[in-house]
Design a protein around this ligand. Structure first.
Ligand code: G6P
Length: 484
């Protein structure tokens, strides 16, 4: 079913010395009304890492076509994208059949594996591993096989392959069987579930998944906690534990140079002026204080309890009325899944409810934006007095690391102890239990009360910890560890 193989006549290069594989690639295409394709480039740690190794490394990025525009680009190019669209990066995009991709990505990766690692199930009724699950698992195998085949074709003898995330857990094992000469790494950008939760998966699936990962020479995780959970799962499920596979921890940090340069551009200044207008001034004529959050509208980010905590703050501390605004940016994510659509609707409903209950002419207590706008996010980072990062569980959370880097006057970080970033930032943050709404409200109050000087000093220390391992270094560190 999968059509990962390029049309006849498109030669496999077999020349790549460094390969990256991820579901979402560095570019996405949209078909314009006139039939032209528009390429939009993304950012992130892998993009920085690959540009840091330079063009001589013969790097290839293998990714899946996600939407109609991507599929059209694959049809026109045979899957080897035009380097003009990718900033010079060689990209092989796989035109996996839409039904196979949907079952693997929405069905298994985002509805099962993401839920397991973030512990998101409402367990009295879910998960149910029925025949439909088995059908989707077969698609997940097929999708992983398409990646392994493409990597095997593109890789030079002894090349290093860096496989990304829960979408591609079977790739290391499949690729090892095809190409024993390769150095294979896998990196998890998510948390890892503890064994008692992971073992909800059917036993054969749990084994297959772990064995797939252990096909790698080296596995990378964002924190010691997630690495330890993975090891514990292997010990609980497999007779030989993690076997000979090496396990490393690489805590991806914020890219200070990029963020500071980008945050100073005119489009961010414009957004900042508009935001200030919306936030307004307090009864003494001073700019209102801000509690900022920026997330994908993602179940694990805990946006709803964040709003409940803010409502509790307003109930417990009337002295903040008209003096604070909760600036909440919740950008669309995974809207093919009904549970994400429902969650998105609940975020809007609750924000509206708080504004109706507490708002006054000239004061909107919650300023909610749901349209993705990176420049506006940076503007919010610049003026945040408090950053609220309260996920129920999160691999790292880069927002927690980015806000202190961009903040102008200093900002207090209210941080969930379940975010990976907590392992590195706890000393300088106010820690919260993400389920405890009353506790989070108290933490917000304490954060708002921190005096300016103390806030600025704390923010400097936060920014230093947050930038300890910038993206390019994060990537190079893994590459050299893999090459040994
Ligand atoms: C997380 C995952 C990434 C994923 C991103 C966005 O950070 O670890 O692999 O790309 O979410 O999710 P999406 O489903 O839109 O790619």
């Amino acid at each position: 079913m999968a059509s990962a193989t390029p049309p006849q006549g498109t030669p496999a290069t077999g020349a790549a010395r460094v390969l990256v594989a991820s579901n979402r690639g560095p570019v996405a295409y949209q078909v314009g009304e006139d039939g032209t394709l528009r390429a939009k480039r993304g950012g992130g740690g892998l993009v920085s890492g690959l540009s840091a190794i330079g063009p001589d490394a013969d790097a290839v990025w293998v990714c899946a076509a996600l939407g109609d525009g991507d599929r059209e680009a694959v049809r026109r190019t045979g899957g080897r994208l035009d380097p003009d669209d990718t900033g010079g990066q060689r990209v092989r995009m796989l035109g996996i059949a839409p039904d196979v991709h949907a079952a693997a990505y929405n069905g298994i990766a985002n509805s099962v594996l993401w839920f397991v690692h973030h512990m998101l199930y409402q367990t009295p009724l879910e998960p149910v591993f029925d025949a439909e699950f088995r059908r989707q698992w077969a698609a997940y195998e097929e999708y992983n096989t398409a990646f392994a085949d493409a990597l095997a074709e593109e890789a030079a003898e002894g090349a290093a392959v860096l496989v990304q995330d829960y979408h591609l857990t079977l790739v290391p094992g499949l690729l090892r069987a095809l190409r024993p000469d390769l150095r294979i790494g896998h990196f998890s950008h998510t948390p890892w579930a503890p064994p008692e939760y992971f073992r909800m998966l059917p036993d054969d699936i749990a084994e297959q998944l772990l064995n797939g990962m252990l096909g790698a020479d080296r596995l990378g995780f964002l924190t010691r906690r997630w690495a330890a959970a993975f090891t514990a799962c292997c010990e609980a499920v497999l007779p030989g534990g993690t076997g000979g596979t090496e396990i490393g921890v690489h805590g991806l940090g914020a890219d200070a140079d990029f963020l500071r340069e980008r945050a100073g551009r005119p489009d961010v200044d414009e957004r900042l002026a508009a935001l200030r207008e919306q936030i307004g001034t307090d009864p003494d004529g001073r700019p209102r204080r801000t509690i900022v959050r920026v997330d994908r509208t993602e179940l694990s980010k805990n946006i709803v309890r964040g709003l409940l905590a803010y409502r509790q703050l307003l109930a417990d501390h009337p002295e903040w009325h008209e003096r604070v605004v909760h600036v909440a940016f919740a950008y669309p994510s995974r809207q093919d899944l009904a549970v994400y659509r429902d969650y998105t609707a609940e975020v809007s409903r609750l924000a509206e409810e708080i504004n109706t209950a507490y708002g006054k002419p000239g004061w909107t207590p919650v300023v909610l934006h749901v349209k993705d706008d990176f420049a506006r996010s940076l503007a919010a980072y610049r003026i945040a007095d408090v950053a609220l990062v309260n996920p129920v569980r999160d691999g790292m959370n880069l927002v927690a690391k980015e806000v202190p880097v961009v903040s102008e006057a200093g900002c207090v970080l209210v941080l969930s102890r379940e975010a990976g970033a907590h392992e590195e930032l706890a000393d300088e943050a106010i820690t919260v239990n993400p389920y405890d709404v009353v506790g989070t409200a108290a933490a917000l109050h304490a954060a708002l009360a921190v005096p300016g000087g103390e806030r600025a000093e704390g923010t400097k220390r936060l920014a230093a910890a947050a930038t300890a391992l910038p993206p390019a270094q994060w990537f190079l560190e893994q590459l050299s560890a893999l090459r040994g």
